[in-house]
Every structure is written in structure tokens, then in C-alpha cells.
Write a protein that binds this ligand. Structure first.
Ligand code: BT5
Length: 260
């Protein structure tokens, strides 16, 4: 379901770099120097691109869109986890729109096609002394041009790119523009009206609910069961074999349904 007309208010200022350690780190530096909401940091290549738990995000030169978006949302810190879900919806809509392929979302931060990951999202935030959100940085990596042999042995089995998915060589700017168009609408709506609309879209695109999942924290299995719902705040509700339901607002899942 697409939003029809919501006046976007975010002004985009893109800063391009040939090489950075991580666009998230650079965006945080700029945020501390007072950079405006809507600042976008893009790098051709990251030498220390990172995922969650400081895992490495492979970001080879010229092969993907590696970028971070600086935001200064006027919402409660507790709702900031929704930014990851919102961004996942924006990426999914953008990639579906560009390619016509059915990209799906694996809770909370992976965009998948046929069981392989094409995009990961890492959102980080800084709180002010009074507990309000000083800034949030949403880092997004989208694989664009990689052929199978460009992924190392380990990733070849689990990762894909727009080129592998479609045979078409998309340009980074094209992908960023498509993302931005979706994101500004959703972000503006979220700040004015809350999470409900984003949640509805997320439900439409997810490959998670209704399937058996194993929840991991720090790479350790902590729970398993059936993913039953995502609640109004973005947490995942999982029911185990004993019939108990637990809600998770962190961690990651392994799941068969997203693997085609
Ligand atoms: C993520 O973490 O998926 C978040 C990745 C965010 C990357 C962006 S790029 C721009 C910005 N700057 C940064 O420094 N980061 C952000 P996680 O769910 O922890 O997944 C990490 C795992 O994904 C790794 O352990 C690998 O298994 C896998 N992986 C690494 N590089 C990949 C790639 N290019 N494509 C697909 N999978 C990859």
C-alpha cells in the first residue's frame, strides 16, 4: 500500500566520499558538528563498514550504495527502533518499484530476495541529556553491481545484488533517488501520525510472520517458536512450543521462510 500524497519536508544534502571507514561513523561526526537533518553521507567504498554487533559489512568500491542518513526526529527515544522498520519498508518499496521483483523484509533489518540478503540496515541514535533524541543515523547498504564471483565464498551463498536479481546494471544515484522518494513520505507520515501505516506496509512485505524462527542475541540462540505478530511498536511476538508468547524488540532471527 503506497502513500498517495503527504508533503515531504526533509531537505537532502548529499556528501560523497571516495573512501570512508564507515558512513555511519562519518554521519555521527557531522551530527555532532551540527549538520542538518537530511544530510546524506555516501562512500564509494568503506574500509570498516559495519553491521550489528560490529560485524563486517562488505562494501567494495563502486559495487553498491553505502550510505547513512542523518535524522533529528522529534519522537520518543523508545520509538526510534521503528526507524529501522520504516527504512526497511522504504528500501523494499524502492527496490520493488525499480525492478518489479518481490523483495521481502526479514525482521528487523534485512531486505531479502529468494532467500538472499541484498540490503542491511544499521540505525544508531544519540540521546540528549534530557533523554530526547539528539540525532539518529540510519546506515544502509544495498548491493547493486556484484556478480556471483564478487562475493567471497561465505557471502556467495547468502547474498545477492540488483544485478544478480535482474541482469540490469543500476546506477547508485538511481537507487538512492528511488529510496529517498519513498523514505521522505514515510518519515514525514511517521512523525505526524505514528507507526500504524508503516506497520501495515511492513506486514505486507515481511517474510517473517507465520513461520518458525530462532531468536539470537549476540549470536547465541535464546528462544525459538513461531513468529506470530509484530506489535504496534515494532516488536516481534514469538510463541514457543509450550504456548508462551514473548515479545522481542532486539536481536535477530534465523528463519527458513525467507530462504525461498
Ligand atoms: C546489517 O547488519 O545487515 C547492517 C548493515 C549496514 C551496512 C551499512 S552500509 C552504510 C552504513 N555504514 C556502515 O558502516 N554500516 C551501514 P547485520 O544484520 O549484523 O548483518 C551483518 C552480516 O551480513 C555479516 O555478518 C555478513 O554475514 C552479512 N554481510 C556482510 N556484507 C554483506 C553484503 N555486502 N551483502 C550481504 N550480506 C552481507
Amino acid at each position: 500500500m503506497k502513500l498517495v500524497a503527504e508533503k515531504p519536508f526533509l531537505n537532502k544534502k548529499i556528501m560523497y566520499y571516495h573512501e570512508l571507514d564507515s558512513t555511519n561513523i562519518e554521519a555521527q561526526k557531522l551530527a555532532k558538528l551540527g549538520a542538518a537533518e537530511g544530510t546524506v553521507v555516501v562512500a564509494d567504498r568503506q574500509t570498516a563498514g559495519s553491521g550489528r554487533l560490529r560485524r563486517r559489512w562488505e562494501s567494495p568500491a563502486g559495487q553498491g550504495l553505502w550510505f547513512s542518513l542523518l535524522l533529528r526526529p522529534t519522537i520518543a527515544a523508545a520509538d526510534c527502533a521503528q526507524l529501522t522498520l520504516l527504512s526497511a519498508v522504504a528500501v523494499t518499496q524502492a527496490l520493488r518499484g525499480l525492478t518489479g521483483k518481490n523483495f521481502t523484509i526479514k525482521w528487523p533489518n534485512d531486505i531479502m530476495l529468494d532467500g538472499k540478503k541484498i540490503c542491511g540496515i544499521l540505525a544508531e541514535m544519540e540521546l540528549a541529556a534530557d533523554g530526547s533524541v539528539e540525532y539518529a543515523v540510519v546506515g544502509i547498504g544495498i548491493n547493486i553491481k556484484m556478480a556471483a564471483e564478487d562475493f567471497g565464498i561465505r557471502l556467495a551463498a547468502t547474498a545477492t545484488s540488483l544485478y544478480l536479481a535482474t541482469g540490469i546494471v543500476y546506477e547508485r544515484e538511481q537507487v538512492l533517488k528511488a529510496f529517498w522518494n519513498e523514505f521522505v513520505q514515510l518519515y514525514s507520515h511517521w512523525q505526524q501520525h505514528g507507526f500504524a501505516f508503516i506497520r501495515q506496509n511492513w506486514l505486507e512485505y515481511n517474510c517473517t510472520l507465520g513461520h518458525r524462527v530462532v531468536i539470537k542475541d549476540n549470536d547465541e540462540e535464546i528462544y525459538s517458536g513461531t513468529a506470530e505478530a509484530m506489535d504496534d511498536y515494532g516488536s516481534l511476538l514469538v510463541r514457543n512450543a509450550a504456548g508462551e508468547s514473548i515479545s522481542f524488540n532486539f536481536g535477530e532471527i534465523s528463519i527458513r521462510s525467507c530462504s525461498g
